[in-house]
Design a protein around this ligand. Structure first.
Ligand SMILES: Nc1ncnc2c1ncn2[C@@H]1O[C@H](COP(=O)(O)OP(=O)(O)OP(=O)(O)O)[C@@H](O)[C@H]1O
Ligand SMILES: [Mg+2]
Length: 254
């Protein structure tokens, strides 16, 4: 039986005549952290954004093939895309904080769906902020603007906003590349905690981080200028193989 939480089948992306991603067929297991590594411009972010159909918001991109979430096709006309993006939420490289209070940022997704009564919002916000290891730092200033927080705190705020909608899968696109070492470590230990409840798919350029947090990785390299899935498995397995095109070069440059 297929135990993958997400599975892509011949998933390819192009922009007009330019092929961005050659067909990818990949199974992503539900437990642990699945890393995506590879050189700049190989299509890692593009691939990640196909997994919750965020790619469709970029004009000019064509997506072919299919993504299955627990066996259910996501590229299908009956799919509720807003609900999908809550179940499969995304954290970006630069924290995306709205120009509202810390509290309003956390409950943004919840307020939007109106599924949880207003009286429950404070408890929910506290739980999400605790889960994101930010509660102690912000509990006395929840009404202050989210943008007043440091970048590292803003990234944890984004994580809290995502956690408030109780996602099943969190897509993270280089979530620590804009952060200082202390904030990076805070996010890495959070990933370690979160993976007990959530499936995490993490794009990272940082091999130390990949070693530390990823259970499995996929290496997307460039072949004739187009992103191509070249290998997947544990990082140790990939290192022990010596036939993955571009992998050694990638490792020595990172
Ligand atoms: N909307 C678009 N139209 C045309 N080309 C695009 C579009 N979006 C991305 N691309 C191209 O697709 C390729 C892959 O981009 P992507 O951002 O996915 O790479 P990446 O692996 O995430 O790189 P990095 O490590 O630098 O973040 C790049 O060549 C980029 O220029
Ligand atoms: Mg990217």
């Amino acid at each position: 039986m297929d135990k993958s939480v997400l599975r892509t089948e011949n998933l390819s992306v192009s922009a007009g005549k330019k092929s961005i991603l050659n067909p990818v067929s990949l199974k992503i297991p539900g437990d642990g952290v699945f890393g995506i590594i590879g050189p700049s411009g190989a299509g890692k972010s593009t691939f990640l954004k196909t997994l919750n159909r965020l790619c469709e918001l970029t004009p000019g991109l064509q997506i072919n093939g299919q993504v299955f979430h627990r066996g259910v096709p996501l590229y299908h006309h009956g799919v509720d895309v807003d609900a999908l993006r809550k179940r499969v939420s995304m954290i970006f490289q630069q924290p995306v904080v709205f120009p509202t209070s810390i509290f309003a940022n956390v409950i943004f997704g919840v307020r939007h769906t109106e599924t949880i009564p207003k009286k429950d919002w404070p408890d929910l916000a506290e739980r999400a902020l605790r889960q994101a290891a930010l509660w102690e730092e912000v509990k006395d200033r929840l009404k202050k603007p989210g943008k007043e927080l440091s970048i590292g705190q803003q990234q944890r705020l984004c994580l809290a906003r995502s956690l408030a909608t109780d996602p099943e899968i969190i897509l993270m696109d280089e979530p620590t590349s804009a952060l200082d070492p202390g904030s990076t470590e805070a996010i890495e230990s959070l990933i370690h905690q979160l993976k007990k409840q959530q499936s995490i798919i993490l794009v990272t350029h940082n091999m130390r981080q990949a070693d530390k947090v990823c259970d499995l990785v996929a290496f997307i390299g460039l072949q004739d200028g187009t992103g191509t899935l070249l290998a997947s498995g544990s990082l140790d397995e990939l290192r022990s193989r010596n036939n993955i095109p571009g992998f050694e070069d990638y490792l020595c440059c990172e």
